[in-house]
Design a protein around this ligand. Sequence first.
Ligand code: ATR
Length: 262
Amino acid sequence: MRISGKTKVCFIVADPIEHVKTPEKFNALCQEEGIDAVMVPAHVHSDCLESFVKSLSSMRNLAGFIVTVPHKTAMSHLCDQLTADARCAQATNVVRRTSDGRYHGYILDGKGFVAGLRENGFEPKGRSVYLVGSGGAASAIAFALAEENVALITIFNRTVKKAEELVLSIKKEHPNIEVVLGSNNPAGHELVVNATSLGLKNDDPLPFDTGELTKEQLVADIIMDPSETQLLKKAKSLGCMVQPGLPMLNNQLRLMIKTLGL
Ligand code: ATR
């Protein structure tokens, strides 16, 4: 990759950062497509996110940020403008810096996730979904699935209050869809999604009770590294269909480049 004075820069902001897969993929795609841009990893602690982001608004060759765990929700509050879906999900994973130094926030995770499901032969319309998590990625996925007219979304999260808030906000936007709070047991749902950060570390506990999983269920994980989490290993051993985290990223790379104006 050739970096010159004309190269546009974007940062991927995360904590931890070592596991992120986006820089390799994004930079390879830019090179392949002849786009003069580079993505650089930025390991930023939550306490410093605001000062980091604000200090860069005067950097004229900054295209923007890609945002991941745990900053998606916090970043949405630092943007000058949000798309309607980012506002609903209260999360952003792509932030474009405008020529006058303002930040516009977008959320592409949900679209990437749904595109990955379809690649895997799973049509979401009319399905019942069990979703674990209520952070930025979980909200984005929940809203994207609601847009696709799933029949039911059951939400389970460690912090129950956040799950309650997510249930209410989806119901408000999509009154025709049944959205309920669930237990840690995904029995009876066709699609089971881990949208928490559990699984990033090998010794993390499983995000929900896998005891009653059946081979009719598709179990999806948003964790990209490891590509096969303990959850997916367990689900496979029980005969379930599985979907790893990478398709969610692969299906939004081109859109990220376009959204950043590159
Ligand atoms: P992202 O923006 O990537 O979704 P996030 O907003 O920090 O990241 O959300 C992380 C999600 O993983 C949340 O649902 C979080 O649960 P809480 O709302 O209770 O914090 C979940 N999570 C993280 N660590 C967890 C743990 N050790 N056990 C259970 N859930 C966990």
